[in-house]
Design a protein around this ligand. Structure first.
Ligand SMILES: Cc1cc2nc3c(=O)[nH]c(=O)nc-3n(C[C@H](O)[C@H](O)[C@H](O)COP(=O)(O)OP(=O)(O)OC[C@H]3O[C@@H](n4cnc5c(N)ncnc54)[C@H](O)[C@@H]3O)c2cc1C
Length: 148
């Protein structure tokens, strides 16, 4: 197998309960081939049949993937180090980190840094959360992207 000639394409379907524009089935009822067909028919590519013939499309349902974005109150998630805790902390996507955004590796790593540095008394700084919304250039780019 020559991996240099292999490509991986990863995509998300946000509306699995709606019929496709080309394949008149819900995404959850489609085979991998049908999902790939739907995607390809939307794209301006010439060699669709060739791509279909040499590709494997493996559908995966992740029903809880958006649970991380559920609306929450301030105290729904534990702090990395709960008040008074001395020998344990919480890590991962379901802890509360001020100003940070979930669904990133960075979030989990930051929680681990916060817990380990603090509980073990390591004198290192946790990298600050990137706050793009305070940067006018980023805000301007975001507005342009929204209006495209
Ligand atoms: C499809 C998809 C695309 C993503 N894309 C990006 C991206 O582009 N950029 C980005 O930054 N983030 C992305 N993420 C998010 C990122 O992958 C996660 O936020 C990150 O992996 C979480 O790391 P974690 O170590 O907290 O948890 P996990 O990586 O989920 O690790 C938890 C581990 O604990 C194990 N485990 C669970 N229960 C037990 C148990 N009872 N006993 C022992 N072990 C257990 C699990 O098997 C797993 O190995 C993506 C996630 C998904 C699903």
């Amino acid at each position: 197998m020559n991996v240099r000639n292999e490509y991986i394409f990863w995509g998300y379907g946000l509306f699995p309960d709606k019929d496709g524009d080309f394949i008149k089935k819900k995404m959850g009822e489609c085979t991998g081939e049908e999902i790939l067909k739907e995607v390809l028919y939307h794209l301006p590519v010439d060699n669709k049949e060739y791509i279909l013939g040499v590709s494997h499309c493996i559908p995966t349902e992740m029903p809880f993937i958006t649970s991380q974005f559920n609306i929450r109150e301030k105290y729904d998630r534990p702090k990395v180090i709960p008040d008074g805790a001395e020998n344990f902390g919480f890590l991962g996507q379901y802890v509360e980190i001020k100003d940070d955004v979930v669904f990133t590796v960075e979030y989990s790593v930051r929680s681990a840094m916060m817990a380990v540095y603090s509980l073990l008394g390591i004198n290192k700084k946790v990298p600050p959360v990137y706050r793009g919304y305070l940067n006018p250039i980023i805000v301007w780019r975001a507005i342009k992207a929204l209006l495209r």
